[in-house]
Design a protein around this ligand. Structure first.
Ligand SMILES: NC(=O)c1ccc[n+]([C@@H]2O[C@H](COP(=O)([O-])OP(=O)(O)OC[C@H]3O[C@@H](n4cnc5c(N)ncnc54)[C@H](OP(=O)(O)O)[C@@H]3O)[C@@H](O)[C@H]2O)c1
Length: 270
């Protein structure tokens, strides 16, 4: 999508972190926004700020995207308000970290619901209009975790592999139809995401010891919306790592991941 000015973008998970930073960048580029998350006060504060700073029209929709009704309610509110969505940024998501048997099944069900089901549901909701108008873009926030299994974050990494595969498939399906689909794959980012994993020892792992700022990821998000390519990895080192694992045997990659992400509470194998 060449020009973001006067387009309307729906950003899920806009109440903090990467989604908030993407919303700011889109507003600075002249876009109007629909901001979605559960935290109404954070969304409303952002809406006021973006209206004052850039004159953006901002609509706030609070929804719990871990419920079946959440994405449906978002679609219904947008139809009621007669808003046409030009850009969909599926960013809302969260992770789980720890030995699989210690993680709550219900939390991981909600993780799959937000990271996968809501993302697919919202894409279904807004793609038909974009295809009809032969204009639109969908940006899905995956992760570098999408490129290999992540022991101790098994469900999270699997959801992000889904997001990457889904995005690349739709990108190919919609060639020549005016609709661009892309996946953005950041490595560790300094947001509430890491604290919400619930085990501070993850910051001591080599994977999470270095982070980038959400603003850097948002910069790349705007590039991804305007580039013809489907897959965008944030940072050269991450790009190298994501591509180098393709040549290694899968069992070697999985075992190496277990070493890199092992929580402090888990003893290393002798
Ligand atoms: N930070 C990283 O290291 C990193 C790396 C790669 C990819 N990512 C991905 O980047 C995306 C954004 O994460 P972040 O780092 O910006 O973390 P964050 O600051 O925790 O933001 C997560 C956002 O998702 C929303 N969200 C979570 N559960 C929701 C639910 N049930 N219903 C509606 N909204 C929900 C949150 O809003 P409410 O709590 O207000 O609902 C919040 O706005 C996620 O998809 C994450 O997987 C993060």
């Amino acid at each position: 999508m060449d020009n973001l000015n006067n387009r309307t973008a729906l950003v899920t998970g806009a109440s903090s972190g990467i989604g908030e930073a993407i919303a700011r960048k889109l507003a600075a580029a002249g876009a109007h926004l629909v901001l979605v998350a559960r935290s109404e006060s954070a969304l409303s504060r952002l809406a006021v700020e973006l209206k004052e700073a850039y004159g953006s029209r901002c609509t706030v929709i609070t929804a719990d995207l871990s419920t079946t009704g959440g994405p449906v309610e978002v679609q219904r509110e947008i139809e009621l308000k007669n808003i046409e969505i030009d850009i969909l940024v599926n960013n809302a998501g969260f992770g789980t970290y720890g030995p699989f048997e210690t993680l709550a099944a219900e939390t991981e069900r909600r993780e799959i619901a937000v990271n996968i089901s809501a993302l697919v549901g919202l894409t279904h909701a807004f793609i038909p209009g974009m295809l009809e108008r032969r204009s639109g873009a969908v940006l899905n926030i995956a992760s570098t975790a999408a490129f290999q299994p992540a022991p101790y974050m098994a469900v999270y990494a699997a959801t992000k592999s889904f997001v990457l595969s889904f995005s690349e498939a739709l990108w190919a399906e919609f060639q020549g139809r005016g609709v661009h689909v892309a996946a953005l794959c950041p490595g560790p980012v300094d947001t509430g995401f890491i604290d919400k994993l619930g085990d501070a020892s993850i910051r001591q792992t080599s994977v999470f010891s270095k982070t980038v700022k959400p603003e850097q990821v948002a910069e790349k998000a705007l590039e991804a919306l305007q580039s013809p390519n489907p897959t965008h990895i944030v940072g050269f080192k991450n790009w190298l790592l994501a591509n180098s694992v393709r040549l290694a045997p899968r069992r070697v990659v999985a075992k190496a991941g277990a070493g890199l992400l092992r929580p402090a509470s888990v003893k290393p194998l002798p």
